[in-house]
Design a protein around this ligand. Structure first.
Ligand code: ATP
Ligand code: MG
Length: 477
């Protein structure tokens, strides 16, 4: 009943024409027409037909100038395989957008009218994945191409489910090419490139928006955010990453809808957060999120950390460091990043536990507590938390600069990550700069110079356990 009422209010047909302002229409590059099916076509899917494209603007090569040699060979082979089997296949989403923005796409996603089972039959090395959306991963060497079947309107048939706030929780309806375009988030993400004909199909004036540098939601922004609150994070992330301006109507509802993020399953938030922090534009993204008050929903304690001057400095330095690494083509380790994001939480908890336990056990209690609280909200995988704990657990060892201990630390398998973490702590003002410098010099020094750097060992000598003779047996005998 409530859902019906909600659908009535919030789900009128997605108003495709809503944003089709006259001046944007003038930029139409050629009259819509039917694209050619490949000559080798042997099979025609029941779901799609050429009338699908009647409402699309067809942008010819002359206008878009996408260099198809920039597609990976796996992307070419997947398109070719599907088209030869008689299906439609297009490069979609971020890759088309990035190519039009003269950026190198980070991966190539493909949309088709073939069902997941049909795609799976075309490619020997492929597998069907996913529950919320069923997709096919097609494997070529170490490259994986994600192939999705055109999706339909969720209100048109019975296999989509929304919760009370309108969020879609299950959704596997296949549809036409045009419906698939309407289901996508932003106009810039709803372009379909056929490398064979070299045409781009555009149902929502995405081409004009890209040229104008605008990120615009397809349909009514309120409804689209209610269906999937993660779109609020996506709009902020993509605008920071691509330098696109968020359209005013797309931006307007975010402030009042930000709380809906609390309702998003942790695993989705985690994936989106990884994308956000590892995009190479983490600083801009986080600043934009704070402006929109979206960081509250993203990382439950991030807002607390960002509000303490020391915590903020540390997190911002860590993000800058990550952005710099990505800009110079290096990889960024998610465990290191999460270790930095949560460090000031660990520090605060550590202080509390020190009242009831010696420093090292207290640190371990603090680490477990922070992981437990965050893991619940964020689904940080165990493979990351184990490394985070190693990085944190190593930190007190950097303060021991006497005897054999520093040599032991240098051989730790995660020494490099622990050391980088230490440098950030020094740079943020949490520790004296001299400590970081000492470790840099110590690691680079050799033999005697290194030995001369060690501080006097004032720590109480560990008493060696003597092997007491077991005398019991003899006395009793
Ligand atoms: P990136 O370059 O960061 O990967 P992207 O736009 O390609 O950005 P993906 O998560 O790879 O992002 O998604 C691929 C495409 O799927 C998008 O371009 C968009 O068309 C569609 N899409 C992704 N997430 C959503 C969503 N939450 N709602 C609607 N459409 C979405
Ligand atoms: Mg992508």
């Amino acid at each position: 009943m409530i859902r019906k009422l909600f659908n009535k209010i919030f789900k009128p047909k997605l108003a495709k024409t809503e944003h089709a302002k006259p001046e944007r229409d003038q930029a139409e590059t050629s009259k819509p027409r039917h694209s050619n099916r490949p000559l080798l076509s042997t099979k025609k899917s029941a779901k799609s037909n050429n009338s699908d494209k009647a409402n699309a603007i067809i942008i010819p090569y002359k206008k878009h100038q996408i260099d198809r040699s920039l597609l990976s060979s796996a992307a070419h082979k997947t398109i070719e395989g599907l088209q030869k089997a008689g299906f439609e296949a297009f490069i979609v989403g971020g890759a088309v957008r990035d190519l039009l923005l003269k950026r190198i796409p980070k991966d190539f996603d493909i949309a088709t009218d073939a069902t997941p089972e049909e795609v799976n039959r075309v490619f020997r090395r492929s597998r069907i994945i996913g529950r919320r959306f069923r997709l096919v991963h097609v494997l070529f060497g170490d490259e994986t191409i994600e192939v999705s079947t055109f999706r339909g309107h969720h209100e048109s048939q019975g296999d989509a489910h929304t919760n009370e706030s309108g969020r879609i929780i299950r959704d596997n309806i296949f549809g036409s090419l045009e419906e698939d375009a309407t289901r996508r988030d932003f106009t810039a993400n709803a372009l379909y490139y056929n490398p064979t004909s070299q045409e781009v199909l555009d149902f929502h004036q995405g081409f004009v928006d890209i040229q104008a540098g605008v990120l615009r939601m397809i349909g009514k922004p309120e409804t689209r955010y209610a269906e999937d609150p993660v779109r609020m994070l996506r709009v902020v992330r993509l605008s920071a990453k691509l330098g696109l301006k968020i359209d005013a109507e797309t931006m307007a509802p975010i402030a009042k809808m930000a709380d809906l993020l609390q309702d998003v399953p942790p695993s989705r938030l985690f994936d989106e957060m990884l994308k956000l922090f590892l995009s190479g534009h983490a600083i801009e993204s986080v600043s934009a999120l704070r402006e929109q008050h979206l960081h509250h929903g993203l990382l439950p304690m991030l807002d607390v950390v960002l509000e303490q001057p020391m915590g903020e400095r540390f997190v911002m330095l860590a993000l800058q460091n990550t952005d710099d690494r990505i800009a110079s083509g290096k990889s960024a380790n998610p465990s290191f990043l999460f270790a930095t994001l949560l460090w000031h939480e660990v520090l605060a908890a550590w202080e509390t536990y020190k009242a009831e336990a010696p420093p090292i056990p207290a640190l371990h209690m603090a680490m477990s507590e922070v992981i437990a609280t965050q893991a619940e909200k964020l689904a940080i995988h165990n493979r990351y938390t184990a490394t985070m704990k190693e990085i944190w657990g190593m930190q007190p060892r950097f303060e021991q600069r006497a005897g054999k201990r520093p040599f032991g630390l240098l051989t730790h398998p995660r020494y490099r990550a622990g050391y980088d973490f230490l440098l950030l702590r020094c740079e943020s003002g949490e520790l004296p700069a001299e400590l970081g410098e000492w470790w840099t010099n110590f690691a680079n020094a050799e033999g005697e110079t290194r030995a001369a750097m060690l501080q006097a060992d004032t720590a109480p000598k560990k008493r060696r356990k003597r092997n007491r003779k077991k005398t019991g047996a003899t006395t009793e005998a």
